[in-house]
Design a binder for this molecule. Sequence first.
Ligand SMILES: Nc1ncnc2c1ncn2[C@@H]1O[C@H](COP(=O)(O)OP(=O)(O)OP(=O)(O)O)[C@@H](O)[C@H]1O
Length: 312
Amino acid sequence: MGSEQWAVEATGLVKRYGGRAVLDGLSLRVPRGGVHGLLGPNGSGKTTTIRILLGLARATQGHATILGHDVPRDLPHVIGRVGAIVESPKFAPRMTGRQNLDVLAVSIGQPRRRVMEVLLEVSLVADADRRFGTYSLGMKQRLAIAATLLKSPELLIFDEPTNGLDPVGIHEIRSTMRGLADAGRTVLVSSHILSEVEQIADSMSIIARGRLVAEGSMDDFLRSGTPHVRVVVDDHVRAAEVLRSAGWRVESQDAGLRITSRDGREPDPACVARALGAADLWPRELRADRHSLEQVFLELTADTNLPGGEAA
Ligand SMILES: Nc1ncnc2c1ncn2[C@@H]1O[C@H](COP(=O)(O)OP(=O)(O)OP(=O)(O)O)[C@@H](O)[C@H]1O
């Protein structure tokens, strides 16, 4: 049995299809509780990883545990504590949302009273007696989430659950996932869209080309950017001279200047403004900024888009 500290722990996962490694030594650690984003560009191996964790595919090499149990060896002991959506689940379009879940509850030996409880958790009670076929895509996906909750799982694994949804549907799924985590469950959600993960995740693993390239809490990721001040003035050449002689590091950036301090600390925008004003250089734009998370993500995953960049 593996460590109970992590909801999911994988080390050195390799998955080869033919001669090609789609997972190339991937490691993954999902803390217990909260939402953990598995973020990576299309084709980086997110679905393959999730399929391995759920016993739907077998790793060529490596080791994984779910809630402290080896997979696939001990999956039968733990799968009852896990709910997952990997492919779109099938529901009967002519039956209501509630009837679909009733059938499912009976088939997996859960009491029918669970149906209303899970409909409540995904805010579908008001629409419980409408036919599934009339549901919006967001509602269909929330019913799928409700179905995974029937067994009261501790760990939920959702593979790109907002794919194909409109902004309203995306918002519904996001708040549903947040609510599940706030109620004490662990949610592992994959996405290729940074903003999706950024808005709900407490921690995140970034993967590219079948490998982990970064992991940590969302706060750590957000803090990881380099703090700088961006300035736009009419005379960039003189402004750069003035600011350099005042001790800052200055680079040109997007029709402006990017100012960082030499000791890595956040430059004070008021001091920058004062130095420029004293030299009669009045900024048209001045703002404190950080490297955005998007830049960090693009840099970490950049080489995945190179021609011939696929792992051999
Ligand atoms: N059964 C299979 N046989 C051969 N190649 C496969 C198979 N399943 C996945 N692949 C390949 O493995 C790579 C990783 O696929 P995977 O679906 O895991 O990526 P992903 O990160 O989930 O991508 P997406 O965001 O597009 O869903 C892709 O290049 C895919 O074509």
